[in-house]
Design a protein around this ligand. Sequence first.
Ligand code: G1P
Length: 300
Amino acid sequence: MTHTPKPVRKAVFPVAGLGTRFLPATKAVPKEMLTVVDKPVIQYVVDEAREAGIEHFVFVTGRNKGVIEDHFDLQVELEHTLRERGKKDALDVLAAALPQPGQTSFTRQQAPLGLGHAVWCARDIVGDEPFALLLPDMIMQDERGCMSRMMEVYRETGGNIISTEEVAWEETHKYGVVEKGDAVAGGFKITGMVEKPPQGSAPSNLFINGRYILQPEIFSILENQASGAGGEIQLTDAMLTLAQSQDFHGFTFTGRTFDCGSKEGFIKANLAYAMWDRNMAASLGPELRQLLDAIKPAGS
Ligand code: G1P
């Protein structure tokens, strides 16, 4: 790069998904508000964006998602009561999660037409600047956040960045998958991508794990994007078009990703984050060992 790329100030969070896999838990509670240990899933993702220097948080919501807006607002009565009772620790927890006034925007997707459509719904709020996109089903565990590491690559390369991660070959059909080209600062050139490739046809086992830095030209492509895999307007298809005129770089995340869109992933996330906390690990460890010991070997 000969010039510094435009800073990434805004992040988009598509949170309109119905969460049918978690019914009845998600009948009245959005799936993004299910908790991993003591924080809602969406809070992990917003915290990751904040750590990466994001200043404005754009939520693409749907019906029955109002509680997400409440979660990122001041809870005046609660704070008043906590203050009266001298609960400083609880007040600090609330303060750490709260965006500054004016730092959040909410828009509605209205109809579940796919991820590409959800991202397109944020076009007016994002405007003509690069933006981060974080899919809230995925939470990433590492000493430093995935988006913060991606920003480092972006500052070197500019353009568009997609975070990827290795997955078992037989799982590739569940995700977007990239084709890996030459190495560039902190990452590699992306030479192709495909959404949900049929079994055995993936160009690599590097899947798109839900973190992107994208240039605003993606919006005009999404505007006319035909539906793709699963009959949905796919972001991957639009990125493939944008890749004809702009660079796409891959970043490989080496921490742990939990797909909280599945029950197993969600439970694994709870276990991993609980065990990451030294105090909780001390009391949960023996319990987990007991549970494991109680599993009878198959056929016994
Ligand atoms: C979306 C993206 C896909 C990506 C995945 C990560 O798929 O389209 O490229 O790999 O998120 O979770 P979805 O999970 O919406 O089917």
